[in-house]
Design a protein. Structure first.
Lengths: 273, 667
């Protein structure tokens, strides 16, 4: 239901964006025909769009103020972001401008746009993949969960050694499994949707199983079961981390672009208009 | 743990605050975090496991359930938790990092903008103000003044600079500091139109954009934009362009009355002249190498001289002639003093000497002898006082009348009243005797071409002529004048053109054509007469009326027709390159054998013209300039500006260092 409302909001804002773009393009073309400066119209519209896009981050900090739902704002941000890219090309008239300052501005704008598109792409893709893990975990608690799993595994290994009198499992843990349980592993594989962690666990991870007696196997299977749980948590860590960390690039770049755009606006008014 | 379905219970789960700026440092090493996380300012808050509570004179252990509940040993007597452990170093949360990066990015951008805002001032300086390289020409001429050459606020103080953001721009005015036009710079086409769009004010930046690179055109004008003012819109030149006028391109009469039809159809076919006929048709006389909007005609020597050169030299102009007098208007004593004995008086003196010798035999004729001696002394220029009285009746050596040019020079109403002209003529001739050319120059002072009218006239010649005339004698030239230039015959002063384009002859023709004070119709008819005198010039050079000067005429000396189509441009070069020379010209220029070409030169209105050639219509051009073929945009043939030029100071500033400026050379 929420997914449907989100798509509906995006479609609505998408249509509005197209309408705004068409209106701006028509007005700028009319200004051009009338020997006016079409870039004034497109530039002002673009600046307003940029500032409204930047307001998305401000809105997150003002969650106590009823400014509409996050879904509404995300849909607006996505549609307005795409509109900004189109408006930028309409404004500049070129994919790559002439002046050094404008080139830096354009480069940063493209970076913001690309990171934004990638961010939106992963925010659509990764949550679905995480839902398939059938577990839910808060990102900030993942280190604690991993520590707790590691404690539990180590407790099982101790118990196994004490109860069975064999240190095979303990040696395997120290030699192989400890690397896996010490921290999240196979980040890239989890991000791209691979199963390198599972393969590792089913390969080197269980390699010692054939050398264990029945009581040891019982403990060992519990350890592997916890390992499989950690695989899922690692996936959450990788994907949720990416969902958060791409903003470390997108938001600062956005701020840089907005400041540069405002300076560009001032310069144009002082020197050209 | 995550496998615990009840893991979020308040006594099992810490309350996560991801919006806090710091998180537990142990987590960063993937260890078990302490139950009490870092403080908001980033210090470790988890050095003790409990928060002891002083209750009824005892410290109680207050450890959370998820940490195992109150410990057995409890707090120390001084109220500290007994389970103390080393503090860790909290690390910033992701949100904190994001805020830091954002502030850093903002600060970096602001710093870079501030650092490079006004760093360097030329067109290629690395600064945030520079939106790109200027075009080659502008970058050169603005290198000295920098940005402020065009952008007035650039060198102003900060307040004025910022205020400029809300003030109307002055870029167009800056353009006018170097560029000039034949009209207001901000008027459409630099003209004053009476149509609806004519009152519109334009700006240079409407069509010109700068800072697009060294080799980029700064003109940006599309066909559709012409319709911003031109209400009659059409799709393209080949589709809907208004038809050319019936007289295009020969709306105005040519400077030279060269009848192409007559020459090609009659004279060049004549067996007597057929060997002189142009072999290469048009380009024999028209210099294709210098072609531009027009293909200029080669010089007279290269073209017409082959047949018409002899018709130039024989055209003499009688500038002055000694008229008939009833009485001698000259002061003979003054003439004798200035001229000395003339040839005739010397001959007369010889006769007197003979008579004196005869009379010496009879001394009784002393009185007569005394008179003879007095006359002899006078004739030899030795006498003083008045001339001896003569019993002979004065008989003017000349029976001529004053020519029209002389009437103009003397400022007379007509040259027939002997009483009126005797004194001024006498003064003029005496002036010639005493000061040579100055006497004549004074007469034309202030008239057009005054400096040229008597150019090359020898004062010595004038002196000799004046002496002869003042002595009531005909001037006898030492030799017959065969070459061109100034010469005198018995009773007249004449000029014979040296060659085609003779400046003196042109000056007299110009003076007669211009009219004005002293120039009578008779003088104009005499000088501009095609049958006699220098008026032969106007046999070929057209005579045009002058705007706002109804009595004035102007000779079209220069070959090129003056086009008034200021907003139309055309170049023959690409067309000749494509079509080739020779008869290819006739692809567009087709002769009109029925045109009354010669008749249109018999009047003075240059706009009443029947060209030798048929008018060119749109379809001639559309043959190539059409959709999908050769270019056909408006600006290909239409020039926006009216008389675009540059101010001298700009051209001077633009000279390379090794070339002296016009001021330095006195130019």
């Amino acid at each position: 239901m929420a997914q449907g409302r989100s798509s509906g909001a995006i479609v609505t804002f998408g249509v509005l964006s197209i309408a705004v773009f068409a209106a701006a393009a028509w007005a700028s073309h009319k200004a051009w025909l009338d020997l006016g400066d079409p870039s004034i119209i497109t530039g002002c519209v673009l600046l307003v769009i940029m500032l409204s896009l930047g307001f998305f981050n401000v809105r997150k900090r003002m969650s106590m103020v009823p400014l509409g739902s996050a879904r509404f704002w995300l849909a607006f941000h996505v549609a307005a972001g795409l509109l900004a890219i189109a408006m930028f090309w309409l404004h500049a008239g070129l994919v790559w401008p002439i002046g050094l300052y404008e080139r830096v501005l354009t480069f940063l704008f493209y970076l913001v746009s690309i990171t934004g598109l990638l961010g939106y792409g992963i925010s659509r893709m990764l949550p679905r993949r995480l839902a398939q893990t059938e577990i839910e975990i808060i990102y900030e608690r993942i280190p604690a969960e991993i520590a707790e799993i590691r404690e539990k595994v180590e407790a099982l290994v101790f118990e196994c050694t004490e109860k069975t009198g064999s240190d095979t499992v303990a040696k395997h843990y120290i030699g192989t499994l400890n690397w896996f349980f010490s921290r999240p592993r196979f980040w890239v594989s989890h991000v791209v949707g691979g199963d390198a962690a599972g393969h590792w666990l089913r390969g080197p991870g269980v390699a010692a199983r054939r050398y264990l007696n029945d009581p040891e196997v019982e403990y060992f299977d519990q350890v592997i079961e916890l390992g499989e749980l950690k695989c899922l948590i690692d996936r959450h860590y990788a994907c949720q981390g990416l969902l958060k960390k791409w903003l470390l690039v997108h938001v600062p770049l956005s701020m840089a672009v907005i400041i540069m755009a405002v300076w560009h606006f001032i310069l144009v008014n002082v020197y050209s208009l | 743990m995550i496998t615990d379905p009840d893991r979020f219970r308040q006594d099992k789960s810490p309350y996560e605050r991801p919006n806090f700026p710091f998180r537990c440092g142990r987590l960063s090493f993937w260890g078990k975090p302490c139950g009490r996380g870092p403080s908001s300012e980033g210090s470790c808050g988890g050095v003790s496991e409990c928060s002891p509570y002083f209750n009824n004179d005892r410290w109680e252990c207050r450890r959370s359930v998820r940490s195992g509940g109150p410990c057995e040993t409890g707090p120390l007597p001084d109220g500290k938790c007994c389970n103390q452990h080393a503090a860790c170093k909290p690390i910033p949360s992701l949100r904190n990092y994001r805020a830091r990066f954002t502030m850093l990015a903002a600060a970096l951008v602001v710093a870079l903008i501030a650092a490079f805002s006004f760093y360097g001032d030329d067109a290629r300086a690395i600064n945030t103000v520079n939106p790109g390289e200027l075009s080659g020409a502008h970058s050169k001429f603005t290198s000295a003044g920098g940005c402020a050459t065009c952008h007035e606020p650039h060198d102003q103080d900060a307040a004025t600079w910022l205020k400029a953001a809300w003030s109307p721009g002055t870029l167009s005015q800056s353009c006018e500091s170097c560029h000039t036009f034949d009209g207001a710079a901000t008027a459409p086409h630099n003209e004053t139109f009476k149509t609806a769009g004519g009152e519109r004010q334009t700006k240079c930046t409407m069509c010109h954009t700068e800072h697009k690179g060294d080799n980029t055109s700064i003109v940006k004008l599309a066909d559709q934009q012409c319709s911003a003012c031109h209400e009659k819109a059409f799709e393209s030149f080949s589709n809907g362009h208004p038809a050319f006028s019936d007289t295009y391109p020969s709306r105005r009469r040519t400077a030279i009355a060269f009848d192409h039809t007559n020459h090609f159809g009659k004279h060049f076919e004549d067996p007597r002249f057929v060997d002189r006929a142009p072999k290469d048709r048009c380009v024999t006389c028209h210099d294709a190498g210098l072609s531009g909007r027009n293909v200029p005609v080669k010089s007279f020597e290269q073209t017409c001289a082959g047949c018409h050169e002899d018709q130039i030299g024989g055209r003499e102009l009688v500038v002055f002639a000694l008229p008939e007098f009833e009485e001698n208007p000259f002061d003979i004593a003054a003439v004798r003093e200035a001229c000395g004995p003339s040839v005739a008086s010397l001959e007369q003196a010889g006769e007197i000497v003979d008579t004196v010798q005869e009379r010496m035999a009879d001394i009784t004729e002393a009185a007569a002898l005394k008179e003879d001696l007095k006359k002899l002394r006078f004739d030899l220029g030795m006498g003083d006082g008045d001339a001896p009285e003569s019993d002979e009746e004065y008989e003017s050596v000349s029976l001529e009348v004053l020519p029209a040019t002389a009437i103009m020079l003397l400022g007379l109403e007509d040259g027939e009243d002997m009483a009126e002209y005797s004194e001024p003529v006498g003064e003029l001739v005496m002036g010639m005797v005493e000061s040579g050319g100055e006497a004549l120059m004074e007469k034309v002072d202030g008239k057009p071409g005054a400096a040229t009218l008597f150019s090359g006239l020898s004062s010595d010649l004038l002196h000799q002529v004046g002496c002869a005339w003042a002595a009531n004698e005909e001037y006898e030239a030492p030799a017959e004048a065969v070459a061109g230039g100034w010469f005198a015959d018995a009773l007249s002063l004449r000029y014979r053109p040296v060659r085609h384009g003779d400046p003196v002859a042109k000056a007299w023709v110009d003076l007669a054509a211009a009219g004005g004070e002293g120039v009578s119709d008779d003088m104009r008819d005499t000088i501009l007469s095609q049958s006699d005198g220098p008026g032969a010039c106007v046999k070929c050079h057209s005579v045009n009326e002058v705007k706002d000067k109804p009595d004035s005429l102007q000779i079209a000396w220069s070959l090129g027709a003056v086009s008034k189509q200021r907003h139309v441009r055309y170049s023959h070069v690409p067309h000749l390159n494509l079509l080739g020379l020779g008869q290819a010209c006739e692809t567009c220029h087709k002769m009109d054998e029925n045109a009354e070409f010669a008749a249109s030169f018999k009047q003075f209105n240059p706009l009443e013209f029947a060209s030798n050639f048929k008018s060119i219509d749109n379809q001639t051009c559309v043959g190539c300039h059409a959709e999908g073929e050769v270019r056909q945009e408006c600006t290909l043939c239409h020039e926006y500006h009216n008389g675009h030029g540059f101010k001298h100071r700009m051209t001077e500033a633009g000279l390379p260092a090794d070339i002296p400026s016009p001021k330095e050379t006195g130019g």
